[in-house]
Each structure stands twice: as structure tokens, then as C-alpha cells.
Design a protein around this ligand. Structure first.
Ligand SMILES: Cc1cc2nc3c(=O)[nH]c(=O)nc-3n(C[C@H](O)[C@H](O)[C@H](O)COP(=O)(O)O)c2cc1C
Length: 200
């Protein structure tokens, strides 16, 4: 039976979702590993506002069981003012129970983001997204210069801290080949580490 790497993302305009799909493809490259892709609902300043249990499109909403069952976790968010978007942070802030019981402790974790501009805060977002994962006891991994061609291209997304995409001021730039490659490599890296950790 395969082990799942949980990929949780928030995306309003679809570019972080596209990156999530590439990360999932990378997970699937590793024998015995499968990607479980989930999203989180938007948040509203109106406390009475509700959303359907199943989103109109895209991945299903993440469920607490997903966190229990995963062998690793990769989270993705658009960059908003140099930080992760509120819906993902809101979801993370509901995880006190999992923190207390060590649900994610010892599992590999990684992060990815999409920004409007190349210098719009990818690194700050990625680093700050790692912090809650560290609090949960996760083993954080990024990308490597040697295996991932990070030095080959520096004019699009892709950082040592995780996968990334530059969507442009109109948010309409497709993923570049190097962005796709690095996103897949990140998924494969987390899946490979999870598989090795599961070996006796
Ligand atoms: C409120 C808000 C804040 C943003 N802040 C930044 C920012 O700090 N740096 C940046 O490069 N892009 C910023 N953007 C642009 C988004 O990061 C970018 O459009 C991203 O690709 C959207 O991801 P999505 O397609 O998954 O929704 C911001 C967008 C919004 C709506």
C-alpha cells in the first residue's frame, strides 16, 4: 500500500494550485508514494459567512484525518505582503490538537509559493511558512543546488527554501519549465525522505 504525501495549498487565481499539481507529480515519481492534494476554504471578515463543504472546483478541503494519515506535508500559498495568505494561516491556527499530540512530528515538510514579482517576497514567505512546521516537529527540507540546477536559472521562481513561481503583475504568466522542474523535485525529495524514514 502506498504512503501519502499531503499537499495543502491556498490559491485564489490558480497559480499556486498549478504549482501544487507539479509538486504532486514529483511525489508520484517515487515508488510507493502518492500525493494527496487538498485546499483550504477562503476566510471572510463576516463571521456568519459559510462555504459549501466541497469547493466548486479544484481539490477537496483538507480534513484532520489527512494530517493523521500523511507521511509528509508540503504547504503552498500565494505571497501576500511578504507572507502566507490568511486562509492557509487560519487553517494552521486550528491545529493545536495535532501540535499537542505530535501528529506531524518527525515527518518531512516543505513549502512553496507564488508571487507577482521576482523580488516580491518569495524567500520571506517561504521561510515564515516553515515556522509552524518546525513548531509541529517536522523535518524541513528545501531544494539543493547540486541536484536541482538552482544555479542554472535565476530569472524565474525557484529558491533553496522551496519551490516558487513568478506570476507577473497581471498574474497570468504560466509556470516556466524550470519552475515546474523544481516543484517536481521538491515533491520527489519529500516523498523520498518519507519513504526512507519509514524503512526499518
Ligand atoms: C493582498 C495581496 C497581496 C499581495 N502581496 C504580494 C507581495 O507581497 N509580493 C508579490 O510579489 N506579490 C504579491 N501579491 C500577488 C500574488 O502573490 C500573486 O498574484 C500570486 O501569483 C497569486 O497566487 P494565486 O494565483 O495562487 O492566487 C499579492 C496579491 C494580493 C491579492
Amino acid at each position: 500500500m502506498s504512503q501519502d504525501i499531503l499537499i495543502i495549498y491556498y490559491s485564489r487565481n490558480g497559480t499556486t494550485a498549478a504549482l501544487a499539481n507539479e509538486v504532486a507529480r514529483g511525489v508520484a515519481r517515487i515508488d510507493g508514494m502518492a500525493a494527496r492534494v487538498r485546499t483550504v476554504p477562503p476566510v471572510s471578515p463576516t463571521t456568519e459567512a459559510t462555504d459549501p463543504d466541497v469547493p466548486e472546483s479544484g481539490a477537496p478541503y483538507v480534513d484532520p484525518d489527512d494530517l493523521e494519515e500523511c507521511a509528509g506535508l508540503i504547504i503552498g500559498s500565494p505571497t501576500r505582503f511578504g507572507n502566507m495568505a490568511a486562509p492557509l494561516k487560519y487553517f494552521i491556527d486550528t491545529l493545536s490538537g495535532q501540535w499537542l499530540s505530535g501528529t506531524l512530528a518527525g515527518k518531512p515538510g516543505a513549502v512553496f509559493t507564488s508571487t507577482g514579482s521576482l523580488h516580491g517576497g518569495q524567500e520571506t514567505t517561504l521561510l515564515s511558512m516553515m515556522l509552524p512546521l518546525i513548531h509541529h516537529g517536522m523535518i524541513i527540507t528545501g531544494l539543493t543546488y547540486t541536484a536541482d540546477d538552482l544555479l542554472a536559472e535565476t530569472d524565474s521562481g525557484g529558491t533553496p527554501y522551496g519551490a516558487s513561481h513568478v506570476s507577473g503583475t497581471l498574474g497570468d504568466r504560466p509556470l516556466t519549465e524550470i519552475e515546474k522542474k523544481l516543484a517536481r523535485n521538491l515533491g520527489a525529495r519529500v516523498a523520498d525522505i518519507a519513504r526512507r524514514l519509514a524503512q526499518p
